[in-house]
Ligand binder design. Sequence first.
Ligand SMILES: [Ca+2]
Ligand SMILES: [Ca+2]
Ligand SMILES: [Ca+2]
Length: 187
Amino acid sequence: MGQKNSKGLTKKELDRLKKETNFNQNELLKIYKKFIAENPNGMIKKQDFGKLTKQLGLRDEFFSELLFNNFDDDNNGYIDFSELCTVMNIIMKGSTDDKLEFIFKVYDLDGNGFLEKEELYQIVESIYKIASNSKFFDTKEEMLNYVDQCFEEADQDNDGKLSFDEFKTRAKNDPKFLTSLSPFQDN
Ligand SMILES: [Ca+2]
Ligand SMILES: [Ca+2]
Ligand SMILES: [Ca+2]
Protein backbone atom coordinates (compact mmCIF):
# COMPACT_ATOMS: atom_id res chain seq x y z
CA MET A 1 0.00 0.00 0.00
CA GLY A 2 1.54 3.30 -1.06
CA GLN A 3 0.86 6.51 0.73
CA LYS A 4 -2.63 7.75 0.06
CA ASN A 5 -2.86 11.27 -1.19
CA SER A 6 -6.33 12.42 -0.22
CA LYS A 7 -5.94 15.55 -2.31
CA GLY A 8 -6.01 13.65 -5.54
CA LEU A 9 -4.63 11.14 -7.89
CA THR A 10 -0.92 10.50 -7.40
CA LYS A 11 1.27 10.40 -10.46
CA LYS A 12 2.23 6.86 -9.53
CA GLU A 13 -1.38 5.72 -9.50
CA LEU A 14 -2.10 7.52 -12.73
CA ASP A 15 0.87 5.85 -14.40
CA ARG A 16 -0.20 2.46 -13.12
CA LEU A 17 -3.77 2.93 -14.41
CA LYS A 18 -2.46 4.07 -17.77
CA LYS A 19 -0.50 0.86 -17.98
CA GLU A 20 -3.19 -1.46 -16.68
CA THR A 21 -6.21 -0.07 -18.53
CA ASN A 22 -6.86 1.06 -22.08
CA PHE A 23 -7.67 4.59 -20.93
CA ASN A 24 -5.28 7.36 -21.83
CA GLN A 25 -4.26 10.08 -19.42
CA ASN A 26 -6.97 12.50 -20.51
CA GLU A 27 -9.69 9.93 -20.14
CA LEU A 28 -8.44 8.93 -16.71
CA LEU A 29 -8.32 12.52 -15.53
CA LYS A 30 -11.82 13.11 -16.83
CA ILE A 31 -13.20 10.06 -15.03
CA TYR A 32 -11.33 11.10 -11.92
CA LYS A 33 -12.75 14.60 -12.00
CA LYS A 34 -16.30 13.28 -12.15
CA PHE A 35 -15.58 10.61 -9.55
CA ILE A 36 -14.11 13.02 -7.03
CA ALA A 37 -16.86 15.59 -7.62
CA GLU A 38 -19.46 12.98 -6.70
CA ASN A 39 -17.38 11.26 -4.04
CA PRO A 40 -15.22 13.90 -2.37
CA ASN A 41 -13.68 11.38 0.01
CA GLY A 42 -12.51 9.21 -2.86
CA MET A 43 -14.70 6.21 -2.20
CA ILE A 44 -18.12 4.91 -3.16
CA LYS A 45 -20.13 3.39 -0.33
CA LYS A 46 -22.37 0.41 -0.97
CA GLN A 47 -25.43 2.55 -0.33
CA ASP A 48 -24.43 5.12 -2.94
CA PHE A 49 -23.56 2.39 -5.37
CA GLY A 50 -27.11 1.10 -5.07
CA LYS A 51 -28.44 4.49 -6.07
CA LEU A 52 -26.07 4.57 -9.01
CA THR A 53 -27.05 1.15 -10.33
CA LYS A 54 -30.70 2.09 -9.99
CA GLN A 55 -30.06 5.06 -12.24
CA LEU A 56 -28.46 2.70 -14.73
CA GLY A 57 -31.63 0.65 -14.87
CA LEU A 58 -30.65 -2.08 -12.46
CA ARG A 59 -33.69 -2.64 -10.33
CA ASP A 60 -32.63 -5.44 -8.12
CA GLU A 61 -30.69 -5.24 -4.88
CA PHE A 62 -29.30 -8.72 -5.24
CA PHE A 63 -27.57 -7.72 -8.45
CA SER A 64 -26.46 -4.42 -7.15
CA GLU A 65 -24.79 -6.27 -4.30
CA LEU A 66 -23.20 -8.80 -6.64
CA LEU A 67 -21.79 -6.03 -8.78
CA PHE A 68 -20.57 -4.12 -5.79
CA ASN A 69 -18.67 -7.12 -4.53
CA ASN A 70 -17.03 -7.55 -7.90
CA PHE A 71 -16.03 -3.90 -8.13
CA ASP A 72 -14.71 -3.98 -4.59
CA ASP A 73 -11.66 -6.02 -5.42
CA ASP A 74 -9.97 -5.74 -2.02
CA ASN A 75 -13.26 -6.30 -0.13
CA ASN A 76 -12.91 -3.28 2.11
CA GLY A 77 -16.54 -2.22 1.64
CA TYR A 78 -15.74 0.73 -0.61
CA ILE A 79 -15.08 1.19 -4.28
CA ASP A 80 -12.04 3.36 -4.81
CA PHE A 81 -10.99 5.08 -8.00
CA SER A 82 -8.65 2.33 -9.11
CA GLU A 83 -11.33 -0.34 -8.64
CA LEU A 84 -13.83 1.78 -10.55
CA CYS A 85 -11.38 2.20 -13.44
CA THR A 86 -10.69 -1.50 -13.63
CA VAL A 87 -14.35 -2.32 -14.17
CA MET A 88 -15.08 0.69 -16.39
CA ASN A 89 -12.18 -0.43 -18.51
CA ILE A 90 -13.80 -3.82 -19.03
CA ILE A 91 -17.20 -2.32 -19.76
CA MET A 92 -16.03 0.51 -22.02
CA LYS A 93 -12.85 -0.82 -23.57
CA GLY A 94 -12.88 -4.53 -23.03
CA SER A 95 -13.16 -7.21 -25.67
CA THR A 96 -16.17 -9.52 -25.76
CA ASP A 97 -14.09 -12.08 -23.92
CA ASP A 98 -13.21 -9.56 -21.18
CA LYS A 99 -16.87 -8.74 -20.71
CA LEU A 100 -17.90 -12.37 -20.64
CA GLU A 101 -15.22 -13.08 -18.09
CA PHE A 102 -16.56 -10.30 -15.90
CA ILE A 103 -20.13 -11.60 -16.16
CA PHE A 104 -18.91 -15.10 -15.42
CA LYS A 105 -17.19 -13.88 -12.28
CA VAL A 106 -20.25 -11.98 -11.13
CA TYR A 107 -22.47 -15.01 -11.58
CA ASP A 108 -20.04 -17.46 -10.00
CA LEU A 109 -21.60 -16.76 -6.63
CA ASP A 110 -19.34 -19.01 -4.57
CA GLY A 111 -16.25 -18.00 -6.54
CA ASN A 112 -15.12 -21.56 -7.27
CA GLY A 113 -14.40 -20.82 -10.91
CA PHE A 114 -17.42 -22.69 -12.25
CA LEU A 115 -21.08 -21.86 -12.78
CA GLU A 116 -23.31 -24.39 -11.08
CA LYS A 117 -26.94 -24.83 -12.00
CA GLU A 118 -28.03 -23.53 -8.58
CA GLU A 119 -26.18 -20.30 -9.25
CA LEU A 120 -27.90 -19.82 -12.57
CA TYR A 121 -31.27 -20.55 -10.95
CA GLN A 122 -30.62 -17.90 -8.36
CA ILE A 123 -29.63 -15.38 -11.02
CA VAL A 124 -32.56 -16.16 -13.26
CA GLU A 125 -35.00 -16.05 -10.37
CA SER A 126 -33.80 -12.61 -9.39
CA ILE A 127 -34.10 -11.48 -12.97
CA TYR A 128 -37.58 -12.88 -13.13
CA LYS A 129 -38.56 -10.64 -10.22
CA ILE A 130 -37.75 -7.69 -12.43
CA ALA A 131 -40.98 -8.05 -14.31
CA SER A 132 -40.32 -6.07 -17.44
CA ASN A 133 -37.15 -7.99 -18.07
CA SER A 134 -38.89 -11.30 -18.50
CA LYS A 135 -39.80 -10.46 -22.05
CA PHE A 136 -38.71 -13.85 -23.31
CA PHE A 137 -40.70 -15.93 -20.88
CA ASP A 138 -44.33 -16.08 -19.80
CA THR A 139 -43.84 -18.07 -16.65
CA LYS A 140 -41.09 -18.74 -14.22
CA GLU A 141 -41.22 -22.43 -15.11
CA GLU A 142 -40.58 -21.59 -18.71
CA MET A 143 -37.57 -19.59 -17.71
CA LEU A 144 -36.16 -22.29 -15.45
CA ASN A 145 -36.71 -24.88 -18.17
CA TYR A 146 -34.78 -22.69 -20.51
CA VAL A 147 -31.90 -22.52 -18.04
CA ASP A 148 -31.97 -26.31 -17.72
CA GLN A 149 -31.84 -26.72 -21.43
CA CYS A 150 -29.05 -24.19 -21.89
CA PHE A 151 -27.11 -25.73 -19.11
CA GLU A 152 -27.28 -29.24 -20.58
CA GLU A 153 -26.23 -27.97 -23.97
CA ALA A 154 -23.43 -25.79 -22.68
CA ASP A 155 -21.99 -28.38 -20.31
CA GLN A 156 -19.91 -30.11 -22.95
CA ASP A 157 -17.96 -32.41 -20.66
CA ASN A 158 -21.09 -33.25 -18.62
CA ASP A 159 -19.50 -32.60 -15.26
CA GLY A 160 -22.54 -30.71 -13.99
CA LYS A 161 -20.93 -27.27 -14.02
CA LEU A 162 -19.94 -24.71 -16.60
CA SER A 163 -16.32 -23.74 -17.01
CA PHE A 164 -15.57 -20.30 -18.41
CA ASP A 165 -14.86 -21.80 -21.83
CA GLU A 166 -18.17 -23.63 -21.88
CA PHE A 167 -19.99 -20.47 -20.79
CA LYS A 168 -18.18 -18.38 -23.38
CA THR A 169 -18.94 -20.77 -26.23
CA ARG A 170 -22.61 -20.82 -25.34
CA ALA A 171 -22.84 -17.05 -24.90
CA LYS A 172 -21.18 -16.38 -28.24
CA ASN A 173 -23.41 -18.79 -30.11
CA ASP A 174 -26.68 -17.79 -28.50
CA PRO A 175 -27.32 -14.10 -27.80
CA LYS A 176 -30.62 -14.96 -26.15
CA PHE A 177 -28.74 -16.87 -23.48
CA LEU A 178 -26.88 -13.75 -22.36
CA THR A 179 -29.85 -11.43 -22.68
CA SER A 180 -31.94 -13.73 -20.57
CA LEU A 181 -29.24 -13.52 -17.89
CA SER A 182 -28.97 -9.76 -17.98
CA PRO A 183 -30.45 -7.90 -15.03
CA PHE A 184 -30.57 -4.62 -16.90
CA GLN A 185 -33.85 -3.32 -18.21
CA ASP A 186 -32.82 -2.39 -21.71
CA ASN A 187 -30.53 -4.69 -23.57
CA1 LIG B 1 -12.27 -1.58 -2.23
CA1 LIG C 1 -19.64 -21.46 -8.64
CA1 LIG D 1 -18.67 -28.63 -17.70
